[in-house]
Unconditional design. Structure first.
Length: 446
């Protein structure tokens, strides 16, 4: 079994949970013998809130062996949803310069075969095309460019199933499946309703809906997401499989809590500073905590379009001394912040799953999560709140900080929680989906 997998981020260059999920899943698939050809855009987000890292010219056609049965292919396309207009335009210009340097002379390899031409026609007719001089238009154009390049790559690869992660890769998955006459699996890690609430981007919604209805099978990360897919996108629930995300098992020594060198208790928010993640509710709860408990520091680790608003909100609340904004953290910096944390809080407004609480538990940090999250479906020994109930969030934060026995109990039970979820179990469920589709030959002709 070999899979042509499409995603827009992969470690070490990540900006959110999708890259972490793709890594955990592909590693587990590799361990059970499933081959993966993972197709990634060359332009990748890095540490800053809007930074884009472009590889060298030689990397435009780079293929990297990651695991025993997995190869990572880089395509020259800029799929970076969290940048600003200025940095995105700069990335496009730099990519254009790189492509000119790397462009081979015209030849027979540039001619499209009949299947590829048909796939491009289907792509144009099914998914909304984009134009214009705005950021959204540029991103949509890159989504379609990525799709065309993916079809070209697929002509030289052998695989049984196409697997596309989230909306930016759905057109590519659709086109590759049509060109190669293979079944398409789309994997829903987040929907436009999660990211934008009621103010959805119609173009993105249309792409999501077309991908969901055009796929042979859907995988989503929680039953909460499954309900959104059936109610908001009109997808038959019989077509959907729920496969939970997981986390890498921690090393034994990671369970030793690092000593804190100050008298302050550390409460951690880790995630994008966007409406979806509820950073404003975190600050409102912080204000209520500080009114009753002074030896505390709230660390907000992440970046996003609400960062300036959150800084101003903290200042207006008089929380300057109690709140620290770190920006986006990764690697050793991420490890360090988990090591000093007494508590992790995820007040997400709409969280399809939520890998960060699992990462916190894997670092022996107790967690508070919103009931409006997919991960709340599978975690039992954690504290749960409604995102909007800042009084209750504050009360639970105070309870953990003031009562060491409660904190110890949450840490001990966190170890049990982690054993309920494993990437291997998730990979085995997905392998069954692949096998069923390949055996039945359910490639859906769009």
């Amino acid at each position: 079994m070999r899979v042509f997998m499409l995603g827009w981020e992969f470690p070490p260059q990540i900006s959110g949970g999708l890259g972490t999920a793709c890594y955990g899943l592909t590693k587990a698939l590799d361990e059970i013998g499933v081959g993966v050809c993972f197709v990634l855009p060359t332009a990748l987000p890095v540490s800053g809130p809007s930074g884009v890292k472009l590889r060298t010219t030689a990397d435009l056609a780079e293929t990297t062996s990651v695991f025993s049965h997995m190869e990572l292919h880089h395509l020259p396309a800029v799929l970076q949803p969290y940048g600003t207009t200025e940095t995105y335009q700069q990335a496009l210009r730099e990519l254009g310069d790189m492509e000119q340097q790397a462009q081979p002379p015209p030849g027979p390899q540039d001619r499209k075969g009949p299947d590829e031409a048909a796939a491009m026609k289907v792509l144009a007719g099914t998914f909304c095309t984009a134009g214009g001089e705005n950021y959204t238009g540029d991103l949509m154009a890159e989504v379609h460019r990525y799709a065309r390049l993916a079809v070209e790559l697929a002509q030289s690869e052998q695989f049984d199933v196409v697997h596309a992660h989230d909306w930016m890769t759905f057109p590519a998955g659709f086109a590759v499946a049509a060109a190669m006459r293979k079944p398409l699996v789309v994997h829903i890690h987040s929907t436009e309703f999660d990211r934008a609430g009621a103010n959805v981007n119609q173009q993105i919604y249309d792409i999501e809906r077309a991908g969901m209805h055009g796929a042979s099978r859907l995988i989503c990360v929680s039953y909460m997401t499954r309900n959104i897919i059936t109610s908001r996108y009109g997808v038959d629930p019989k077509k959907i499989d729920v496969v939970y995300n997981a986390v890498e098992a921690p090393a034994v020594d990671n369970w030793q809590m690092q000593p804190i060198r100050t008298n302050e208790k550390i409460v951690l928010f880790l995630g994008r500073l966007t409406m979806q993640k509820g950073p404003d509710y975190f600050l409102r709860a912080a204000k209520k905590v500080v009114e009753k408990f002074k030896d505390v520091r709230f660390i907000m680790a992440g970046s996003g379009d609400m960062i300036q608003r959150c800084i101003e909100q903290a200042k207006a609340m008089g929380l300057q001394r109690y709140v620290t904004f770190t920006g986006f953290l990764h690697g050793n910096d991420l490890e360090r912040v988990f090591q000093i944390a007494d508590l992790y809080v995820m007040p997400s407004v709409s969280e399809p799953f939520g890998i960060a609480p699992l990462e916190a538990l894997s670092h022996n940090v107790p967690v508070i999560i919103s009931r409006q999250s997919g991960v709340s479906e599978v975690l039992t020994h954690v504290l749960k709140v409604d995102f909007w109930d800042t009084d209750e969030i504050a009360n639970k934060v105070l309870a953990v900080l003031r009562h060491p026995p409660l904190q110890r109990t949450l840490r001990q039970h966190g170890h049990i929680e982690l054993h309920k979820l494993s990437w291997r179990d998730s990979a085995l469920k997905i392998r069954k989906i692949y096998d069923a589709l390949a055996a039945a030959g359910q490639a859906k002709s769009p």
